[in-house]
Structure formats: structure tokens, C-alpha cells
Design a protein around this ligand. Structure first.
Ligand code: KG4
Ligand code: ZN
Length: 356
């Protein structure tokens, strides 16, 4: 990626973009298996580097880039370390600065990116809120000034993406579960209701799941109770083998409705309290179609009131789930913000629980 301009006026040109997915390796485990993640990173990093430099027509022997950005947290530390060590070696070999990046800031800034061509960071109307929803995080960030973040709400237990993955597993769907649940829920939303004369046994079960903390006074979330409610529901229905496709669809629908309703409701409360002008939605779950639809509706309703003019921003599909481009954007902006000062590479360490 080529980048230029200041923190408030940066523009980027993508020279090449590569994503190495590990999903196939983790499918048999129904989730990310840490030791395997590390092994796969070790194997894939040199391959991805070669491929990307070749696509970008850069010579790896000469100094091909001026700076490197690397994510140091939050996340699985063994996997983070693999990236950090690899980036340190390159920074040393090419004698260039190394910029440590917070993975969640990458997700937040991903809404401004494109994975091909040229893009600019637009002026964002403040205050903004960022709803960051991934496999490990569910948080609402208040942004009153550009690149100044305050977490005002978060999950007290499981992340929403994790709940999608676990419920998918309970329904016998493959990892990652988010897109699978979403597909089933969509089918259920589109299927016509049964005529009223249908015998109860053929109408399908009436599924109802809780919306944990929906009416709590804060902006926090909880997803472990919702996940457990699905577990008990499936048990009460006689176990996974007893579920018809129709019932699975209805569970997926009700789960997605419940999970997304909590996100939308807390976002609405934050919009009202802080008179939010821009909504940013980032992280893997931001790929969810129903979340996007409901968030646009929410923004539209708020827009209709008084003088508010709210804009919801989402990443492109490619930049919704983990990618290095968002780390590049966040790296460059932080480099500019810190007047090109970077920490000593030896001081950069993996931080599994790093906060924004
Ligand atoms: O940001 P991400 O790629 O990795 C983390 O940083 O965790 O997020 C991955 C998460 C997984 O839990 C996955 O199931 C979820 O994002 N996800 C979705 C969708 N696509 C990915 N969840 C709901 N609906 C989707 N369409
Ligand atoms: Zn992520």
C-alpha cells in the first residue's frame, strides 16, 4: 500500500492485497485451535509476503517498503507473536520503522478502506460511535475527536461472534458459524408463514429466546445466557438429531433476531445520549446482513428526527473479517499522528488483552 497525507487528510493506494484464510484448518475443531493457528501463521507468512510483493511488483531484496505495520493485540498471543517476530525480522533486514497496531483500531478504520485502487479517509462528523463486533469483542466506542477512543460499553462475557459460532455448532453447522446462521435465518425470514388451518404439529415450534441486558441502564452486553438458552432449547426439543430443518431455521432466526436486537438497542441509546452523528460498524459480525439492514433503519429513523444527520459506515465485505489492509491503514495514521516516532522494535510485545 502507498500512503500519503496527514492524519486528517490521508489517502491510500492499494498495490496488492492478500488474505490467507485458515478456516479450512480449523473446521474439524469447530473453532480456532490456538496451536494450529500459530503453526499456520508460521507457514503462511513467508508465502503471503512473497505473493504480495510479486503482485505489487516490489523487489524483496532491495528495500521494498518504507515502514511495516504489525498487530500486537488483542488476540491469541502465540499467533500474535508469530506476526510480531516476522515483522521485526523484516524491519531489521530492511532497516525500516515498525509500527505496532491495535487490531480493534484496524477493524474500526476498516470502514474507510477498499481492497483495490485508491481511497481517501473522509472527514468524519463527530461525535461518532463505533460498534466493534467480532469473534473476541463486542464493544461500543465513543469518538469525540478523530483517533481518540473511549470504550463506553462492552460484553460482560462472550462476544457476539463467539455466540454465533457456538450456536452454529449446536445446530450442526460448520465453523465459522456467523455466515451459516445468517443464511438459515434469512431463509426462515423469507419463508411464508404457515396458513392458520395447519395442524400444530406441522406449524413448527414457536421459538423464543431472551435478549440479555436489553433494558439495563448501561451500554453493556451479555451473550453467554443467550447461548445457554439455545443449548437448553435444543435439549428440550429432544436434541440435535430430532430437529427438523424448519426448526433449525427458526432457532437460527430467533437467535439472530435476539443477538442483533441487543446491538441495535444499545447503539440507539448511545446515539440519543451523545447525539451521535456518525456510526461505524466494524469486525467480522459487521458482515451480517440483518445487522446492516437494522442499523440503516436505525440511522434513518434518527435522521428523520430534528436536525440529526446520521451516517452509518460499514466495511466492504472483504474488509469485514480479519485482513492486513486495515492494519496498514491504522499503522499509517498512527505513524502520522505520532510524528513518525515509533517504539524500539524490542519493546513491541504481544498483548492478548490489549484495549483500545
Ligand atoms: O473480526 P473477525 O474476522 O475475527 C476476530 O477478530 O475475531 O470476526 C470473526 C467473527 C466470527 O465469530 C464469525 O462467525 C463472525 O465474525 N462473522 C459473522 C458473519 N461473518 C463473520 N457473524 C454473523 N454474521 C456474519 N455474516
Ligand atoms: Zn478481527
Amino acid at each position: 500500500m502507498e500512503a500519503m497525507g496527514s492524519v486528517n487528510n490521508a489517502s491510500f493506494k492499494v498495490l496488492a492485497d492478500t488474505v490467507a484464510s485458515q478456516i479450512d484448518v480449523h473446521i474439524p475443531y469447530g473453532g480456532v485451535f490456538p496451536a494450529l493457528a500459530k503453526r499456520e501463521h508460521l507457514k503462511n507468512l513467508p508465502i503471503v509476503l512473497e505473493k504480495t510483493l510479486r503482485k505489487a511488483r516490489l523487489d524483496k531484496k532491495a528495500k521494498p517498503v518504507d515502514v511495516i505495520a504489525v498487530t500486537y493485540g488483542p488476540g491469541l498471543e502465540p499467533a500474535l507473536w508469530t506476526g510480531i517476530v516476522f515483522a521485526k525480522e523484516l524491519a531489521e533486514k530492511w532497516q525500516i520503522p515498525l509500527i505496532p497496531v491495535n487490531h480493534m483500531e484496524g477493524h474500526l478504520l476498516s470502514v474507510f478502506g477498499k481492497n483495490v485502487g485508491v481511497f481517501k479517509i473522509p472527514k468524519v462528523t463527530m461525535p461518532a460511535l463505533a460498534l466493534l463486533v467480532s469473534g473476541g469483542h463486542t464493544e461500543i466506542v465513543l469518538i469525540k475527536r478523530w483517533m481518540d477512543y473511549k470504550i463506553i460499553g462492552q460484553t460482560l462475557d462472550d462476544a457476539v461472534g463467539e455466540a454465533f459460532d457456538k450456536v452454529a455448532r449446536m445446530l450442526g453447522l460448520p465453523y465459522p458459524g456467523g455466515p451459516e446462521i445468517s443464511k438459515l435465518a434469512d431463509q426462515a425470514r423469507k419463508s411464508p408463514p404457515r396458513p392458520s388451518g395447519t395442524p400444530p404439529s406441522q406449524r413448527g415450534e414457536k421459538i423464543s429466546l431472551p435478549r440479555p441486558m436489553l433494558h439495563s441502564k448501561n451500554f453493556d452486553f451479555s451473550y453467554s445466557g443467550l447461548k445457554t438458552a439455545v443449548l437448553y432449547l435444543i435439549r428440550d426439543l429432544g436434541g440435535l438429531e430430532k430437529l427438523s430443518q424448519k426448526t433449525k431455521m427458526q432457532i437460527a432466526l430467533e437467535f439472530e433476531n435476539a443477538a442483533i436486537e441487543c446491538l441495535i438497542h444499545k447503539t440507539k441509546k448511545v446515539i440519543e445520549k451523545y447525539e451521535i452523528k456518525t456510526i461505524i460498524v466494524g469486525g467480522g459480525v459487521s458482515a451480517n446482513k440483518y445487522l446492516r439492514t437494522e442499523m440503516k433503519k436505525l440511522a434513518g429513523r434518527a435522521k428523520g428526527r430534528a436536525s440529526k444527520n446520521i451516517k452509518p459506515l460499514f466495511p466492504t465485505k472483504e474488509l469485514s473479517t480479519d485482513n492486513s489492509l486495515m492494519i496498514g491503514i491504522a499503522g499509517y495514521l498512527n505513524y502520522q499522528k505520532n510524528n513518525k516516532k515509533v517504539p524500539k522494535p524490542s519493546s513491541i510485545k504481544a498483548a492478548g488483552n490489549l484495549k483500545l
